[in-house]
Design a protein around this ligand. Structure first.
Ligand code: MN
Length: 242
């Protein structure tokens, strides 16, 4: 299984990079990284709930434009960018990591990262209340003290991100961390495992909240984090019970 993954990744790397330079560290990381989705770079996953399920915190109109225009648009771009490349069997993650930090592959990286980030974003939200698994709850208590303190830290990071970007809860080498990234950037490139994400590009909230990012984040995070899917990713990455 791992051998197959590594072989596919090497094929992808060769196909994506003419020079084949500076790929080894990322290739090694990609070969051993937990497979979060094994998603296709060519297929947009279905929205995991009804389009109006997040209203009134996030309106059906916002979800419609965000999912059916913005998110879909990154898959349309990927289809074009990958059309003449030998990427058979490559996952979206593998395309993302193979194209990272290479100026000549910037368009591919941006499309792959934004497709991946939005895949996680929709899974990071829940229309119904959820709770962390005991294992994730213990890790949250160890790092942040309380779940509310984690939510505050995540809100601070998301609201404070200058310009477009993302607020994340990730699993790093030293445990859980809250971080923010700009534009399309994805923590997998740093060897971190994303557990959940909130989108703070203006298209995520402008139709409902205009310029009031803090109000949007302040409503979404306490009410709509999907702790269940975050717990599943935590379990996958650590071997803990889901
Ligand atoms: Mn978005």
């Amino acid at each position: 299984m791992i051998g197959t993954t590594r072989r596919n990744f090497i094929q992808t790397s060769v196909a994506l990079t003419a020079a084949g330079t500076a790929l080894a560290p990322l290739a090694a990381r990609a070969a051993t990284a937990p497979r979060l989705f094994d998603a296709s770079p060519l297929v947009q996953p279905p929205l995991p709930y009804a389009i109006d399920a997040l209203a009134p915190v996030i309106s059906a109109h916002t979800v419609d434009v965000h999912y059916n225009k913005h998110h879909k648009g990154y898959f349309t771009a990927l289809a074009t960018l990958l059309a003449n490349k030998d990427t058979a069997g490559a996952t979206l993650e593998q395309v993302l990591i193979a194209s990272a930090r290479q100026p000549a592959q910037a368009a591919l990286y941006h499309a792959a990262a934004q497709a991946w980030n939005h895949n996680l974003y929709w899974q990071s939200l829940s229309p119904v209340p959820t709770t962390p698994s005991p294992a994730l709850a213990a890790a949250i208590a160890a790092r942040f003290g309380t779940q509310a303190a984690l939510v505050d830290a995540l809100a601070h990071a998301a609201v404070g991100q200058f310009g477009s970007g993302w607020g994340w809860l990730v699993l790093a080498d030293d445990g859980l961390r809250v971080i923010a990234t700009g534009n399309a950037d994805n923590p997998l490139v740093e060897g971190q495992v994303p557990l959940l994400v909130i989108d703070v590009w203006e298209h995520a909230y402008y139709l409902d909240y205009e310029n009031r990012r803090a109000e949007h984040v302040g409503k979404v995070l306490p009410q709509m984090i999907n702790w269940q899917t975050a717990s599943q990713r935590f379990a996958h990455a650590t071997g803990a019970a889901a």
